[in-house]
Design a protein around this ligand. Structure first.
Ligand code: SF4
Length: 126
């Protein structure tokens, strides 16, 4: 995954996908992707289009300079969906790795969300 990382200050086409799962961590992943798009760090990309094998989505995803996958938990649905389409994310974040337990209450923890965002930024700059 390391070789495709690059600086955020360039004009690279960075895309982010989130598992958007039906859990607190899945929705933190989704919200982090929204915020990364709002902050112009990465374009929020439709993972469902990749999973659905829609040609235009597959082409765009494969043409991205760098793909970031945010997964809620170790099941890694976002990353595996990309890999199933032969797209390897350059950066992968798993929300539960930050110490939050997965639950189905779907309550967004904004502090954890911010930590995910900062981790993506750190990874992009490393
Ligand atoms: S990675 Fe985990 S939280 Fe996300 S959709 Fe898959 S099972 Fe749900």
């Amino acid at each position: 995954m390391e070789e495709k990382k690059r600086c955020m200050c360039g004009s690279s086409d960075v895309r982010v996908v989130a598992c958007s799962g039906a859990s607190n961590v899945g929705q933190i992943a989704n919200q982090a992707a929204i915020e990364l798009a709002r902050e112009n760090v990465a374009g929020f990309f439709c993972l469902a289009g990749v999973g659905g094998q829609i040609k235009g989505f597959l082409k765009s995803a494969r043409e991205a300079d760098l793909m970031v996958a945010i997964d809620g938990c170790p099941v890694q649905c976002a990353t595996k969906t990309l890999q199933h389409a032969e797209i390897e994310p350059a950066i992968q974040i798993i929300v539960t790795d930050l110490g939050i337990e997965k639950s189905h209450d779907i309550i967004l923890d904004e502090n954890v969300c911010r930590r995910v965002i900062e981790k993506v930024k750190d990874e992009l700059l490393s």
